[in-house]
Write a protein that binds this ligand. Structure first.
Ligand code: ZN
Length: 680
């Protein structure tokens, strides 16, 4: 459901969007177009409705989507490009090079639906049998290690990441995990909507286990009873999970300890046996993201029977494998997804297969993608814009009235240390050790997972590889990483409406310029500000400046907490604080950069009747024109640190005197806040 890197949780990446999913549905296309404007609306009353009104009237969410917004439109276009590459690679035959063999045969094995259907559960049977054969709880640990390598992560997460206090060094991490639903609240809340989703979850599990029995797999057992077991175990784990808002504070995840101390948190778990099982190096220290969670793991292992625990581990394998098994599993999995997203139809198989190759062999497919879809001129123009944005953020920091000279000096050191990556990696990942076979979809998925797991584990106790990328080149997104202290823009996002080389600077600064400013600002948001220029968790603020920051941040938090997402559900201002701060700061510094870059920016000529400042805000609005299904909105209020499009636009402009000046707004109008928030 959510798109997540295996073993490595994405919490370290602060990106522009929640999760990317992958039909055309509007008459306007993805680029900037003044026809999307609804001139019957007063821009000072509802700027989002003004900028997007005609788009909203014309747009329909395609049946295979949870929402329709610029980055999904772009992703669809990138998918067509990837499909062309993959179909050619799949048909290529013996003369293909190594990359085309891998991506082509991965795609081909996924598209060979009849081969997949004829196998039924057989493709997964060896793994299920292995779990059925376990004799004791120590054997269960070996099975969990095996499952973590080839697929999902039952019980907890194990991964490698920068040492919070020495970013240049990668260390082992264990952390909370092992849930199927997207958030712990789905297990803990008892309102009607949550209960309905939970029932879907139980039905999904029941259906899958019963199907396994029907397919002749002895391990299916009684579906309803198994579902009850899994729900009970996951509820116990959910109770010990730290909530998302608490996890925003890196201090709450900072518990470095010796391997022996970590093992003693869960004496029933035999952590050493697990580390041996995944063939981890013999490290002596690790970070435990949530120590209390492991006490709960210990209790679950003690109180649950071996058979129940086996059922739980088998469930995680079944759930992760379902999209790549025969039709009944695919359908059952989609029904669950539908309950969460409101999607009317499943995506076409080719789209699911393109996404699979992007996810599993992303830097192999990505090499082909940038060859056909990323002109070198785009990189040069982006570098100029990044430079302009860094200069204006520096100026913005220097002019802050609330920050002392000492902290400003430190902030500028950090800003100047931010590295940038644009388009694609300098060094491509080497997939030569991954075996990809024709006609073996699930085997390919498991081997690619195992390659990635081992790659992550091999990094433990080694220096950080600062050349590595956390997103694939076709991804329509961008991120700031606090440990790397870098901003990253994959080739996929450098297209209209974010970036259009044919359009004026004003529109591009409202699009990709604002995204650059957004990512830079993440280095100084409620989370990012706690890391120093080298990426270490280290407080470089004076006490008073820290308090001044918190005061201003809580203004943003309060502002967004009042916005209604769907029905009576309001946004969680604390969960979305970092992203909202980044949107506000990004808009301000990008507009400053535009005005400084183009000498005629301040009194520039109108295009289509709009001044450069007005076109800046229209370009910004266009990026966030969005339609979203109610089901999807509900999940996102709980899980997505980003606000919905309407508030990403209106929440920002009402804080900006620059906006009010550009559009001639007056006090008392809705887009003129009487309590304007201003952090950066
Ligand atoms: Zn962000």
């Amino acid at each position: 459901m959510t798109r997540c890197f295996r073993l490595v949780p994405v919490l370290a990446l602060l990106c522009v969007f929640g999760f990317s999913q992958s039909s055309t549905s509007t008459k306007f296309g993805p680029g900037f177009n003044i026809d999307t404007i609804d001139k019957s609306v007063d821009p000072c009353v509802d700027f989002y409705e003004y900028a997007c009104g005609n788009w909203l009237k014309a747009a329909e969410i395609p049946p295979d989507q949870a929402q329709w917004v610029s980055f999904v439109e772009l992703h669809e276009r990138n998918m067509d490009v990837m499909r062309g590459i993959l179909e050619k690679a799949a048909a290529g035959g013996a003369g293909r090079n190594a990359i085309d063999q891998k991506i082509g045969d991965m795609y081909g094995s996924c598209m060979d639906e009849s081969a997949v259907n004829s196998k039924g559960i057989a493709a997964l049977k060896p793994e299920l049998d292995r779990i059925d054969a376990i004799k004791d709880k120590q054997g269960l640990i070996d099975a969990i290690a095996r499952v973590h390598l080839i697929g999902p992560n039952p019980l907890f997460n194990f991964y490698s990441a920068s040492d919070l206090h020495n970013a240049d060094q990668v260390i082992a991490n264990i952390d909370q995990g092992g849930l199927t639903a997207p958030d712990r609240d789905y297990y803990l809340k008892d309102d009607e909507k949550t209960k309905a989703v939970r029932q879907h979850f139980v039905d999904y599990m029941t259906e899958v286990f019963n199907q396994v029995s029907k397919d002749g797999g002895a391990s299916g057992g009684d579906g309803a009873q198994n579902a009850e077991t899994v729900l009970r175990i996951e509820t116990a784990l959910a109770k010990a999970e730290m909530d998302r808002t608490s996890r925003r504070d890196p201090k709450n995840r900072d518990h470095k300890m010796s391997r022996a101390d970590a093992a003693s948190l869960a004496s029933n778990f035999y952590l050493d046996r697990y580390f041996h099982g995944v063939n981890a190096p013999n490290f002596s220290q690790l970070n435990v993201g949530n120590p209390d969670f492991f006490k709960q793991v210990n209790a679950v292992l003690e109180s649950e029977s071996l058979d129940s625990l086996k059922t739980y581990v088998k469930w995680h394998l079944l759930n992760a494998s379902a999209p790549w098994l025969s039709e009944p599993y695919v359908q059952a999995n989609f029904k669950m997804q539908q309950a969460l997203t409101g999607q009317k139809e499943m995506q076409a198989r080719w789209k699911r297969c393109v996404n699979l190759v992007d996810r599993q062999l992303g830097e192999a497919l990505g090499q082909r993608f940038v060859d056909v879809a990323f002109p070198p001129e785009s990189k040069a123009r982006m570098l100029k814009m990044v430079d302009a944005l860094e200069k204006s953020l520096a100026e913005d920091i220097q002019n802050l009235s609330w920050m002392s000279e000492d902290t400003k000096k430190q902030a500028l050191v950090k800003l100047h240390a931010i590295q940038n990556k644009i388009g694609y990696p300098d060094v491509w990942r080497d997939y030569s050790s991954v075996e990809i076979k024709q006609g073996d979809l699930l085997g390919n998925v498991q081997r690619a997972n195992e390659f990635e797991s081992k790659r992550q584990i091999a990094k433990i106790d080694k220096p950080l590889d600062r050349k590595e990328w956390g997103m694939t080149p076709p991804t329509v997104n961008a991120y700031y990483s606090p440990n790397f202290n870098e901003i990253v823009f994959p080739a996929g996002i450098l297209q209209p409406p974010f970036f259009d080389p044919k359009l004026d600077n004003a529109v591009n600064f409202g699009g990709i310029g604002l995204v650059i400013g957004h990512e830079l600002t993440h280095g100084f948001d409620d989370q990012g500000r706690k890391f120093d220029p080298q990426g270490n968790l280290h407080d470089w603020w004076t006490k008073q400046d820290g308090e001044e920051f918190e005061k201003r941040a809580s203004c943003i938090s309060n502002e967004y907490s009042n916005f209604v997402s769907v029905d009576d559900l309001t946004l969680n201002g604390k969960l979305t604080l970092g992203e909202n701060t980044a949107d506000n700061g990004g808009a301000r510094v990008s507009l400053m950069a535009l005005q400084q870059l183009s000498p005629d920016g301040k009194q520039g000529q109108k295009i289509d009747g709009y001044t450069p400042e007005q076109r800046f805000f229209l370009g910004f609005g266009r990026v966030w024109c969005q339609k979203r299904r109610d089901e999807d909105s509900r999940v996102r209020v709980l899980t997505d640190p980003h606000s919905p499009g309407k508030y990403r636009v209106n929440g920002v402009v009402q804080n900006m005197p620059e906006f009010q000046k550009a559009w001639g707004c007056k006090a008392g109008q809705a887009m003129v806040s009487d309590n304007a928030c201003h952090v950066w």
